[in-house]
Design a protein around this ligand. Structure first.
Ligand code: ATP
Ligand code: MG
Ligand code: MG
Ligand code: MG
Length: 468
């Protein structure tokens, strides 16, 4: 028996609606009124106003499926079975209403009754001092002691504000996925125990002076990865093989005329491309355009990464924009905005791809010559000045220089590079003063040569509402 991802999403929301939750739509990826966050990165983020008491919700029980972006896992993306830069988080929340007991009971009920997961394959982690959670899992729900693992890390605390212990639920994917460590169990970083759901019990306030006091009204914040849940229910080895991502990979494979699941190096490239295609498509559909600062810079970096992995698969010209319609087909039932913005999104992606490819080709030739030349001289370091020149003249990002250097067994003198960057900043600052111009582009933007070279999207038929 297999369940489509959209069924999982639907059944989750229906389940929590039946427990009295208000179902709210996904908020945009770009946070509204929250300067502390670059992206919405979990289901709770857009509900912060309720958690910190700025607003009182009509119904203290809320559930959602929230599109999220995280870049902290980037090195894992495409390599592990479970990490993405864009993913959906299913969550149920209590704002001073139900607490630990209901949250644990309902999570268990959903997984074992609604989703019919094999109880034997589930294990949980708790905070070592959370006897209350232990009793609920063990006494009330019958989870055997050896499958309740105590981890000191299980405490959710981001400094001043509400915090508390958490409990996570893991699905055992079987011996063959294990790292082989005899101690391998839930919480191990390998592929055997898949973390599917995090239940956070915020019951304390972390005070300014560092002390903790019980909260008068306790909250529940949970998050379950839709892609991970789908991989379990569809009995596939990785998130990438679920119906949320596999069609994107299949389309890319068709375009590249290469097969998936034959060669590890290609698979990583396919995975990264499928992941980044989703992130870029969703972000651009919200009006985030590739640029040299903030969110736009993240999108530019992800797009460029996808293009570079595309080279591994032999793509010689723009291809990423061709994957956006596949993303739209998969996601439109829950995110109809993706379909309506599709033309715009494709134009933006294609322009950026073409532009990067030109830069890349020019810079690559120069860098390769440099490397070849250095090799004959027995040098294995790309100096700060050379890295800076590549950057300054060819718009070649230093991280790209580093990647290519590494592939050739070279290193880059990052410190030297920074020195040149600093000098350039000084020059730019002085130049601005000389011109007596307003310092509107200070900070990050002024540091990027590319900004001034970039012709922009003025030649595109942009939808002004999306840019608004
Ligand atoms: P991991 O340890 O696997 O990196 P996490 O502990 O960082 O996950 P949480 O912050 O607890 O993740 O997020 C709640 C849930 O959201 C996770 O249990 C997982 O199902 C899902 N999730 C988190 N990060 C990602 C990601 N990068 N890609 C896909 N799903 C994720
Ligand atoms: Mg993580
Ligand atoms: Mg974790
Ligand atoms: Mg977690």
């Amino acid at each position: 028996k297999s369940l489509k991802a959209k069924e999982v999403r639907k059944r989750y929301l229906e389940f929590f609606a039946s427990k009295g939750h208000e179902i709210v739509p996904s908020a945009p990826l770009v946070p509204i009124d929250d300067p502390t966050l670059l992206w919405i990165n979990c289901g709770m983020a857009p509900l912060k106003k309720y958690f910190d008491g700025r607003e009182i919700p009509e119904n203290p029980r809320i559930a959602n499926s929230q599109k999220s972006i995280r870049t902290n896992d980037i090195e894992n993306v495409g390599r592990t079975a479970r990490h993405h830069t864009f993913f959906e988080m299913l969550g149920n929340f209590s704002i001073g209403d139900y607490f630990k007991r209901e949250s644990i009971h309902w999570a268990w009920e959903f997984l074992t009754k609604e989703m019919e997961l094999d109880i034997e394959r589930l294990s949980v982690t708790i905070h070592p001092e959370d006897e209350e959670a232990f009793d609920i899992w063990h006494q009330e729900l019958g989870v055997p002691k050896e499958r309740i693992i105590r981890l000191t890390d299980n405490f959710w605390d981001i400094g001043e504000g509400p915090c508390g212990p958490n409990s996570e639920i893991f699905f055992d994917r079987g011996e063959s996925f294990s790292c082989g460590d005899p101690e391998c169990k839930a919480g191990c970083d390998c592929e055997r125990y898949l973390e599917i759901w995090n239940l956070v019990f915020s019951q304390y306030n972390h005070n300014k002076d560092g002390s903790y006091t019980p909260l008068p009204k306790k909250n529940i914040d949970t998050g379950m990865g839709l892609e991970r849940m789908a991989s379990v229910l569809q009995q596939v080895d990785t998130n990438y093989e679920t119906d949320l991502l596999r069609p994107i990979i299949d389309h890319a494979a068709m375009l590249a005329n290469k097969q998936y699941k034959v060669q590890r190096e290609f698979d990583i490239a396919f995975n990264v491309i499928a992941d980044h295609a989703r992130t870029v498509t969703f972000a651009v559909s919200e009006g985030v355009l590739p640029s040299n600062e903030g969110r736009g810079y993240v999108i530019r970096r992800l797009l460029r990464r996808a293009v570079r992995f595309g080279k591994v698969l032999g793509f010689q010209e723009a291809f990423l924009y061709k994957l956006a319609p596949v993303v739209a087909d998969i996601m439109e039932d829950y995110y109809p905005e993706i379909k309506t913005k599709l033309d715009f999104v494709q134009k933006v992606i294609r322009t950026e791809e073409d532009r990067f490819r030109e830069t890349l080709n020019d810079g690559l030739v120069i860098l390769q010559n440099m490397i070849d030349d250095f090799k004959t001289k027995g040098v294995s370091v790309i100096g700060g000045q050379d890295a800076f020149k590549l950057y300054d003249t060819y718009g070649f990002p230093v991280d790209l220089t580093e990647d290519l250097a590494e592939e050739n067994g070279f290193t880059v003198d990052k410190e030297g590079f920074e020195t040149y960057m600093q000098e350039q900043r000084e020059r730019a600052r002085n130049a601005r003063q000389d011109e007596n111009s307003m310092n509107v582009q200070g900070g990050d933007l002024a540091e990027f040569k590319e900004a001034s070279e970039f012709v922009g999207y003025s030649n595109l038929n942009t939808d002004s509402s999306v840019l608004g």
